[in-house]
Design a binder for this molecule. Structure first.
Ligand code: 2BA
Length: 110
């Protein structure tokens, strides 16, 4: 069994959870916050059998769209000198989905 940890945009999360459930996947939805944008995103936990892993990844890829977003970054992240307190607008591409895939040693329900 594998555990897929998928960080997705809030805008995509309801549709994605519905489609995953329709396709028979079990999913846990967590409200999370991205460290860089400091904005809400959604983290999904999916325990999947290995033979269904590619189906889950494909579904996530299909639903989650990447978007451009303007945000303000501290001077250091915008490539400016340290010690400046001004922030600068930067364009970042957010999403589709950031996925971590882990092998599960044991899956128990007691
Ligand atoms: P955030 O940390 O809010 O990052 C949002 C987007 O900002 C990122 O999109 C990326 O395009 C940009 N970004 C992040 N750090 C940056 C930096 N230091 N300089 C310039 N641009 C930066 P994604 O890469 O699609 O990531 C979306 C969300 O996935 C992240 O939200 C974070 O919550 C999570 N994430 C991404 N990579 C991760 C990792 N290696 N470990 C843990 N969480 C991760």
């Amino acid at each position: 069994m594998k555990l897929i940890i998928a960080i997705v945009q809030d805008e995509d999360s309801s549709k994605l959870v519905s489609k995953l459930m329709q396709d028979g996947f079990s999913v846990t939805k967590l409200a999370t916050t991205g460290g860089f944008l400091k904005a809400g995103n959604t983290t999904l936990l999916l325990g999947v059998e290995e033979e269904r892993m590619q189906d889950a990844i494909h579904l996530i890829e299909t639903v989650c769209k990447s978007r451009k977003q303007i945000t303000s970054a501290p001077a250091a992240l915008a490539g400016m000198a340290h010690g400046e307190y001004t922030t600068y607008p930067v364009e970042v591409t957010v999403g589709g989905a950031t996925m971590f895939i882990l092998s599960i040693e044991q899956f128990l329900k007691v």
